[in-house]
Ligand binder design. Structure first.
Ligand code: NAP
Length: 300
């Protein structure tokens, strides 16, 4: 894999969820540096304003805007999608980056377990509702951020919201497995429908951010050994922009192509998760067939 040339995204529109901090902020900043109009989809206006400020200082020519999104509230996801559908004529890049991790059990506005609800169901609904805008731009890319720790997980379809048994790490790993199952299933369904949509997944690698907050001395010590958020953003940026990146692939630190765990390649689990996600969110990907096909070896 050769080093990516600086892409020219002039005239393109990108949306990055969770762009207020962590890995999402440099992801949004670099997409803006490449010339895209970048929408920072964040839940808090103050943090978003600081993020916009940071980007405008680093990239004076940046075209960046804040759009409000709380992935833990389907009404907010629907409101944003409706307003973007009114305002935009297409969307070229969607980076499903936002996430919460390793928290005590909480529920979203819709009663979903918070990690599964925010990390997977919120992004599932957002992507489904933005499909008309994505389809308006042939070659549009959806990048979904997963994690290496998905390999440790197995979905419990009888207890997706971990009501019977909750473990903060287990449920985070499940949400990251759901992210990867979704990205690969979206790829298969887009291919089966002959849609020029690319769906890719990324793993930032272990990165010093606020996720899974640890006691301060531990965090400070760990920061010496972990990737910076700028480094953590590279796999997402590669998936979102490189001419060499392929739909249906998973990119990790390097950036280089990674092999998903066997659990993420389970197509019947992916189809089952898709059906459950449609039922829970009420969002249907109207233009896609109901079942996936085997993974492709070539790009769309
Ligand atoms: N850091 C790592 O080592 C690592 C490793 C593998 C994968 N990842 C993945 O990388 C992604 C980014 O995480 P990070 O490490 O950058 O963590 P982070 O610093 O905690 O950033 C998470 C971002 O998600 C946003 N967010 C959380 N809940 C949200 C909601 N309900 N609606 C909208 N936005 C919400 C946060 O917004 P606020 O600013 O408002 O809180 C923040 O901008 C996640 O998907 C994570 O699972 C991280």
């Amino acid at each position: 894999m050769t080093a990516p040339a600086t892409p020219d995204l002039t005239g393109r529109t990108a949306l990055v969820t969770g762009a207020s901090s962590g890995i999402g902020l440099p992801t949004a900043r670099e997409l803006a540096r490449y010339g895209a109009h970048v929408l920072l989809a964040c839940r808090g206006e103050l943090k978003a304003a600081a993020a916009l400020d940071h980007i405008r200082r680093q990239v004076p020519a940046a075209r960046v805007d804040f759009v409000r999104l709380d992935l833990a509230d389907l009404a907010s996801v629907r409101t944003l999608a409706a307003s973007l559908t009114d305002r935009l004529d297409g969307l070229d890049i969607l980076v499903n980056n936002a996430g919460v991790g390793m928290i005590s059990r909480q529920v979203t506005a819709d009663g979903f377990e918070m990690q599964f609800g925010t990390n997977h169901l919120g992004h599932f609904a957002l992507t489904g509702l933005l499909m008309p805008l994505l389809q308006a731009r042939p070659g549009a890319r959806v990048v979904t951020v997963s994690s290496d720790n998905h390999t440790e997980a197995a979905l419990d379809f009888d207890d997706l919201h971990a009501e019977r048994r909750y473990g903060r790490n287990v449920q985070y790993a499940r949400s990251k497995l759901a992210n990867l199952l979704f990205a690969l299933e979206l790829h298969r369904r887009a291919r089966a429908a002959d849609l020029p949509l690319l769906s890719l997944a990324a793993d930032p690698g272990v990165t010093a951010t606020d996720i899974g907050v640890l006691p301060r001395p531990v965090t400070l010590l760990m920061r010496l050994f972990l990737k910076s958020p700028d480094q953590g953003a590279l796999p997402s940026l590669y998936a979102a922009t490189s001419a060499e990146a392929r739909s249906g692939e998973y990119y990790g630190p390097g950036p280089k192509r990674c092999t998903p765990g066997d659990n993420a390649l389970d197509e019947s689990a992916a189809a089952r998760l898709w059906e459950a996600s449609e039922k829970l969110t009420g969002v249907h990907f109207a233009t896609l067939p109901s079942r996936g096909l085997p993974p492709a070896e070539t790009n769309l």
